[in-house]
Design a binder for this molecule. Sequence first.
Ligand SMILES: Nc1ncnc2c1ncn2[C@@H]1O[C@H](COP(=O)(O)OP(=O)(O)O)[C@@H](O)[C@H]1O
Ligand SMILES: [Mg+2]
Length: 258
Amino acid sequence: MDADKPPILEVHGVTKRLGGVDILKGINFKVKAGSVLAIIGASGSGKSTLLRCLNMLVQPDDGQIVWQGRDIGWVTVNGRPRRATERELLRYRLEVGMVFQSFNLFPHMTALQNIVEAPVMVQRRPRPQVVLEAEALLAKVQLSHRAHAFPHQMSGGEQQRVAIARALAMKPNALLFDEVTSALDPELKGEVLAVMRQLAGEGMTMISVSHEMGFVRQVADHVIFMHKGRVCEEGDPKIVLEQPQTPELKSFLQKVTD
Ligand SMILES: Nc1ncnc2c1ncn2[C@@H]1O[C@H](COP(=O)(O)OP(=O)(O)O)[C@@H](O)[C@H]1O
Ligand SMILES: [Mg+2]
């Protein structure tokens, strides 16, 4: 990683309270452009809530999400700050794609149609060009032969690769992944991780909540271990995972398997 590069994303003191409970208790970290951040932690530690805050599906109660130097939750007009409108947040959300554990493909559309839909309907880009790009993206995720298959005709691994291609079709500047292999049978995880590994190699900025410790160790530049809504440990995964400092991380690592 280039030490001089400014961060593409900065998270400052983000807190979130849901249902009367403090879910995020002051989260801080930075992500450099082109780097891979892994987020690990036990179920319920706040990982998904944090990812949703990062693309403003959930608005933090306090703190800042700074994207390319700009606080995306707030807009200053005539010197007075106000909360960003939903329209302004949508524009940001298009720059930061998200892939979920549950694929969330449109069931009545083919793989190709799933990929083409949002660039045409949301970004208003010309369909013929988007179709060509979608075909190239299907090739990239090794699914050219499944272009006209419907989700129910595809394996979970195939569906998840379509979901990644769909996110890429929006030409995002970063991608967020929330446990994207957790719902997959072990033999299908590898094909999805291979696509993520390839994207990382191409310089895509990625933030991935993952329980795949092999992936975290080999692909992530930085890892954050969350515990009860706080960043408990962080650093180079090769060090953090090999030499856990806290009882919380030691206990977590004993429970997850490679
Ligand atoms: N909308 C909500 N209302 C109340 N509690 C929530 C809501 N969403 C998540 N939580 C709670 O926040 C905690 C963290 O959830 P989550 O961010 O999904 O954790 P993780 O992804 O690490 O498993 C959990 O205890 C969960 O029950
Ligand atoms: Mg989660």
